[in-house]
Design a protein around this ligand. Structure first.
Ligand code: ADE
Length: 425
């Protein structure tokens, strides 16, 4: 597997590869399902001849997915799906030890971010693996690559799936893409327990504030919001939820949280974590009401959940970096508002993203979905597909097995009972 060949790349420093390799190995020990898939891929080579362009957060977990795809016979090209989420040592290791074409540097500016996307597309991939749909969007706009060569793709996250469904609706999507996010073994666990833990981890690593006794305002009660709220409560915070959806708001109330509009929550919150996938969820009129010292963060895919231009305007440009990933804005009346990680994914920018154990399932879905698309390419249309249910259940079964958890099976009698209509009271 290890090789000295150096592929085309743009990474921070290849000298970091040794550290990256150790951390990739550490993550691997927490990814038993992906490891099993890798072993099978290594013998069956289901991805032979496929050139994959992957636009993902370049983390130790992603590295394990990339190594699995390469074991399956794919040629792998990687770029970042967020300018701040790259782990530079991992990027270096993928180039130096696995001869992959990697284009990603933590802290790259927007121009470089898109240049890197174009670089992997210019490798003329036949398959795309995306997280947020920026890669697919650039390819479909004809800004790079050759879309006619692409057989299919996968998409990792809620925001990306929303964008793809819009492309499908407007009949501009040109090839089939599997919405990995829709698998139960993805969003039930990654979005909820992964974001729950990693978003809190990001806020804590960036600020080192005590969560206990604070008021944490969580924007959105989707799978990510549910996880963040539960973990904030676990730390001893008083948690307020803001929502637009009545069903989710009701669920939050019955889960024991206070629910109110952001305009009210803005006055009470000490720490804000937005996970809606929406736009200007924390807006100018909210920032205007916030307490001195309020901490603003985002764990949604894009950095437009907090109205940062308004924050800049309200402070008249009076801003300073007070810690890594913490920028303090002083408003004209002297109140200080702290913005974490430039409003970008706080869990990946200020911490390491979701732990490997949960990414194990997400990335097992990615690897198996890629295999599924390639096997079924002739039958598939340019649409967004869900992960097949039997694949999803198999991943859950493998994860349970790896965790040493046994479950019951229906007896013959129970199967008959479950499918009959005759028996009643
Ligand atoms: N998204 C959230 N956490 C992640 C991780 N650790 N690796 C890749 N993508 C992620």
């Amino acid at each position: 597997m290890a090789t000295t060949a150096i592929a085309r790349h743009d990474v921070r420093d290849l000298g970091l590869a040794g550290r990256g390799r150790l951390r990739i190995e550490w993550a691997e020990s927490e990814m038993p399902v992906l490891r099993q898939i890798r072993e099978r891929f290594a013998t069956e080579k289901p991805l032979k001849g496929v050139r994959i362009a992957a636009c993902l957060h370049v983390t130790t977990e992603t590295a394990n997915l990339m190594i699995t795809l390469a074991a399956g016979g794919a040629e792998v090209w990687v770029c970042a799906s967020n300018p701040l989420s790259t782990q530079d040592d991992v990027a270096a290791a993928l180039v130096a030890q696995h001869a992959m074409g990697v284009y990603s540097i933590k802290g790259e500016d927007e121009g470089t971010y898109y240049r890197h996307i174009r670089a992997v597309l210019d490798a003329r991939p036949t398959f795309t693996m995306d997280d947020g749909a920026d890669l697919v969007s650039v390819l479909h706009k004809g800004e790079a690559g050759d879309i006619s060569r692409v057989i299919g793709g996968t998409e990792e996250t809620t925001t990306g799936v929303v964008r793809l469904r819009s492309m499908e609706k407007h009949k501009v999507l040109k090839y089939p893409i599997v919405a990995v996010n829709e698998a139960m073994t993805k969003h039930f666990f990654d979005n909820r327990y992964g974001t729950g833990q990693s978003a809190l981890d990001g806020v804590i690593r960036a600020t080192n504030v005590l969560i206990a006794g604070r008021t944490v305002v969580v924007g959105g009660y989707g799978w990510c919001g549910r996880g963040v709220a539960a973990r904030a409560r676990g730390h001893g915070a008083q948690v307020i939820i803001t929502e637009i959806d009545p069903m989710r708001a009701l669920e939050a109330v019955m889960d024991g949280f206070r629910v109110m509009p952001m305009a009210k929550a803005a006055r009470e919150g000490d720490i804000f974590i937005s996970v809606t996938g929406g736009y200007n969820v924390i807006d100018r009129r909210h920032i205007e009401k916030m307490k001195d010292g309020a901490i603003l963060s985002n764990a949604g895919h894009f950095n437009d959940e907090i109205n940062i231009p308004a924050l800049v305007e309200l402070s008249g440009g009076k801003r300073r970096k007070v810690r890594d990933f913490v920028e303090e804005f002083t408003l004209v009346d002297g109140r200080r508002i702290n913005l974490l990680a430039d409003g970008r994914l706080v869990n990946l920018a200020a911490a390491e993203g979701h732990p490997a154990s949960v990414m194990d399932m997400s990335f097992a879905n990615q690897a198996l979905a890629a295999e599924w698309v390639l096997k079924n390419a002739a039958k598939l249309k340019p649409k967004v597909y869900n992960v097949p249910e039997d694949m999803d259940r198999e991943i859950a079964r493998l994860k349970l097995k790896a965790m040493g958890v046994e479950v019951d099976r229906l007896s013959r009698e129970q199967r008959v009972y479950a499918s009959s209509w005759q028996s009643g009271t």
